[in-house]
Design a binder for this molecule. Structure first.
Ligand code: FAD
Length: 419
């Protein structure tokens, strides 16, 4: 939408302010005009490392890079730091070292407190409500230039960021399914449902059909029950439940059935969801004729996986490859999280879909290695890196780490095969 004259605003994450002017935008945006309500100022910021995205990976990357002495600008399009963690009210699974048993929101708070520590006052600058929208080529050999738009209270400010190194910790986007009616109000991604309930305290509906029985579908399904919302059932296209059985057991104890080899066929309703049709699938994932069943619901929640966000990385021209185990097209990177473009790093979900625990360690690796490459405390940064690498390997050992372990091994094989 166009908000107070600023085009391309994602109104799902924009604040509602008194007197704000919101307009439909049905064409390509034109460049915002200078006007008194919408002061348009352009500034330049010159720093060592730009970190795009302040989720767990970005925050850890900033803390590490600053620990070794680099100056950091940490940018996030939301109004607070934390990324996905700010909506995760459940206690984390995994091992104690990676904060298992702690709620996601508490992990975000802990990292935020560390960013505000006096030690980092002159090293870390956090810019919220701002989007890094593009990479620009210029003649400076050892510098990169990015365009950032800051929209604090809809006063747009264009910032030219000039940096020596950049770390992308931009996370992932939710996957959508194709079926008739998927654009009706009431069809949500699981992340949106979590944001409504856990960030804003708003019920998305009264009766929900959950699609997907991975950890996200199971955890959000249980959170819906906790919010007093009826979950009719969970349908899962795969022959087995993808998430941890402890989460599935919680739903089943509350009498929510989980149907594997089932999917959604369509959603019906005139201007909002009134119900959905679910269908059984055969061994080849095709709908079995005659197995259709109508589910009465006002909300359909899609928890069908995530795709790494890689658009800015592609724009810079890093080597990419399709790695389905990692969630889609991936910026190839080595164990130091360095991509094929010098001094450009990637970490967390944008380097392959995994978990906050591994995102944090990847962030630490990228932060330490970026600082080292710029000449800061090289020996200490190298020692820290070796420790983080061991942590990462330990975390991915064992049966639950098999998928990300295979994905990362494949990424590194492809990395080594590059011309
Ligand atoms: C329901 C659910 C339950 C989960 N439970 C667990 C669990 O128990 N344990 C666990 O370890 N993990 C869990 N996870 C996974 C975990 O939340 C993610 O793996 C983790 O948040 C990834 O961290 P990240 O820093 O890579 O990305 P994110 O947390 O997604 O952060 C990326 C940030 O970058 C910002 N951004 C993107 N593009 C731009 C741009 N161009 N300019 C500015 N900012 C930008 C985004 O707005 C976002 O704030 C769960 C996930 C979900 C959805």
């Amino acid at each position: 939408m166009e908000v107070n004259g600023i085009p391309n605003v994602r109104t799902c994450i924009a604040p509602l302010l008194e007197g704000v002017a919101v307009r439909m935008q049905d064409r390509l945006a034109s460049w915002p005009q200078n006007n008194t309500d919408n002061a348009f100022v352009s500034t330049v910021q010159d720093i060592d490392i730009l970190i795009v995205g302040a989720g767990p990976a970005g925050m850890e990357a900033a803390l590490q890079a600053a620990t070794f002495g680099a100056s950091v600008l940490l940018v996030d399009e939301n109004q607070r730091v934390g990324g996905q963690l700010i909506k995760q009210t459940h206690k984390f699974f995994g091992s104690k070292e990676e904060k298992a048993g702690t709620r996601g929101i508490s992990i975000a708070k802990d990292l935020e407190d560390q960013l505000c520590d006096d030690r980092f006052k002159d090293k870390i600058d956090v810019l919220l409500d701002a989007t890094v929208f593009g990479f620009y080529e210029d003649d400076t050999e050892d510098r990169y230039t990015f365009g950032v738009i800051s929209r604090k209270e809809y006063k747009s400010r264009l910032i030219k960021v000039v940096c020596r190194s950049v770390i992308f910790t931009v996370g992932a986007m939710e996957n959508m399914l194709l079926f008739p009616g998927n654009d009706l109000p009431g069809v949500y991604g699981a992340g949106a449902v979590q944001t409504l309930m856990n960030v804003y305290g708003v019920k998305p509906g009264e009766r929900v059909l959950m699609v997907g029985a991975g950890n996200v579908g199971l955890i959000v399904g249980y959170q819906l029950l906790q919010a007093g919302i009826k979950v009719d059932r969970v349908v899962e296209a795969a022959p087995t439940i993808g998430g941890y059985h402890v989460h599935a057991a919680k739903l089943r104890r509350c009498s929510v059935p989980i149907y594997t080899r089932h999917s959604i066929k369509e959603v019906f309703g005139a201007d909002c969801v009134k119900g959905a049709v679910v269908v059984e699938l055969d061994d080849h994932w095709n709908p079995i004729q005659g197995s259709e069943e109508i589910v009465t619901c006002d909300t359909v929640c899609l928890a069908v996986g995530l795709t790494p966000s890689t658009r800015l990385l592609e724009q810079i021209g890093v080597d990419m490859a399709l790695v389905p185990e990692a969630g889609g097209y991936i910026a190839l990177h080595d164990e130091r999280m360095q991509t094929s473009v010098p001094r450009v790093y990637v970490a967390g979900d944008s380097s392959g879909i995994e978990e906050a625990s591994t995102a944090m360690i990847e962030g630490k690796i990228a932060g330490a290695m970026a600082a080292k490459q710029l000449g800061y405390q090289q020996e200490k940064a190298q020692t820290a890196y070796e420790g983080f690498l061991k942590e990462l390997k330990r975390l991915r050992a064992g049966p639950f780490g098999a998928k990300p372990r295979d994905a990362k091994q494949r990424i590194q094989r492809l990395w080594r095969k590059r011309p």
